[in-house]
Design a binder for this molecule. Structure first.
Ligand code: ZN
Length: 244
């Protein structure tokens, strides 16, 4: 049990660093969690020697109960749960298929939403998983509040409406998935859709959905293959600082 937990701490910490390397979070804001069982989750916590999400260490990932108490003796010694813990708890409680939740503050996604841009499938083979995600819709939770209680968490989950990613207006995104890797890769895809949308607009272009007939030749290449290879890349690029 301890060993499996420690492996999960390593993965969640790595995923935090990937999110930061991809520009999805800056500074100390943003957090990631993974469900351990019906009563426990591992979550990125804060401490007095915290140097930011980009520098998350496995020990920053702490075991807690769904109501924010230490999940085992000493788990919150020197650590605090994030104020927005309800984002994670309510998202995990809403759907048993959700095993991981990433709450991030990607500037491009926030800017695109504030510019009135909806995340739509504006491209296809450029990023098939991203295009398919956009086709399914990326809803917006229209309040810019700090989601620090379960009522607000439930409101955000209601706005999410079963979609894998929700944009929180003037705030960030929440991405939920069956794995930590998938939760981050989804967030990277939504960020790229936003960046490209802003770029097209900045170039004076108009955003249009790809032709409906193109979907027949945009196959789902299988998440096992796509996620595994994409994640290998994300971890590998962590080794090279200052990519973006
Ligand atoms: Zn937030």
């Amino acid at each position: 049990m301890t060993n499996a937990l420690d492996q999960q701490r390593v993965l969640v910490a790595q995923a935090c660093r990937v999110a930061a390397a991809r520009g999805l979070v800056d500074g100390t804001l943003g957090h990631l969690s993974v469900r351990v069982d019906d009563d426990h989750l591992l979550i990125r916590c804060r401490s007095d020697d915290d140097t930011g999400v980009a520098f998350t260490r496995p020990r920053d990932i702490r075991l807690i109960t769904f109501d924010g108490r230490p999940g085992a003796a000493g788990e919150l010694d020197g650590y605090r749960v994030p104020n927005e813990l309800p984002i994670h708890v309510e998202t995990l409680l809403a759907d048993s298929r959700h095993r991981a939740v990433a709450h991030l503050h990607p500037p491009a996604v926030v800017a695109a939403d504030l510019a009135g841009i909806e995340i739509r499938p504006i491209y296809g083979a450029y990023d098939i998983p991203g295009a398919r995600l956009a086709r399914g819709g990326v809803p917006v939770y229209k309040r810019a509040v700090l989601i620090r209680n379960s009522a607000l968490g439930k409101e955000m989950v209601a706005a999410m409406g079963g979609a894998p990613v929700v944009i929180c207006r003037g705030h960030g995104i929440t991405s939920a998935a069956g794995s930590v890797q998938q939760a981050i890769l989804q967030a990277i895809s939504v960020n790229e859709l936003a960046r490209m949308s802003l770029r097209v607009r900045a170039a004076g272009g108009t955003l249009r959905d790809i032709d409906e007939s193109d979907w027949a030749d945009l196959p789902d290449l299988g998440s096992a293959f796509t996620v595994a290879s994409a994640w290998r890349h994300e971890v590998a690029r962590l080794g090279t600082p200052h990519q973006r």
